[in-house]
Design a protein around this ligand. Structure first.
Ligand code: ZN
Length: 151
């Protein structure tokens, strides 16, 4: 770590301890050239997951965004936010198994398959947004597919 005073690259660690409930390591360092003391922190770098959009663009996966779309689908349905968080956890567990990139359509399919087993109204809402139904005919066939699957 470059010394903030003399720019020398060599230092020695005087003290090293876990802080912030184990989320970080704090190191007290001393420059071996000018003896300036300074502090550094070490964190685990969060894993970055990426989503491949339909138009080919790659964007950072956002849990917030996924949760929001699920909350919209479940609006006024008898479910707590905790339960919706659980759904997101379940989705995340399935989509990021050893992969850092997933297509948005794969996420959509997964959300639909999970929600369809939980709440029909939420499922239809989500599916209608997701698939951008143009005609009521499409909407009806989706409902009949769901009825068959659940019966
Ligand atoms: Zn120095």
């Amino acid at each position: 770590m470059r010394c903030p005073r003399c720019q020398n690259l060599e230092d020695r660690v005087l003290d090293s301890r876990t802080v912030r409930d184990g989320q970080a390591i704090r190191r007290r360092r001393e420059c071996i050239q000018c003896n300036k003391r300074f502090t550094t922190y070490e964190y685990i770098e969060p894993e970055e997951h990426k989503v491949r959009k339909r138009d080919g663009r790659l964007e950072l996966y956002s849990r917030e965004k996924l949760l929001k779309s699920i909350r919209i689908a479940f609006a006024k349905r008898p479910f707590h936010l905790d339960q919706l968080e659980q759904i997101v956890n379940q989705i995340e567990n399935e989509i990021f198994v050893g992969e850092n990139e997933i297509s948005s359509s794969k996420i959509g399919e997964l959300v639909m398959s999970i929600i369809s087993k939980i709440d029909e109204v939420a499922y239809i809402r989500f599916a209608s947004v997701y698939k951008r139904f143009q005609e009521t005919g499409d909407f009806r066939s989706e409902i009949s597919i769901l009825r068959k699957e659940n019966s």
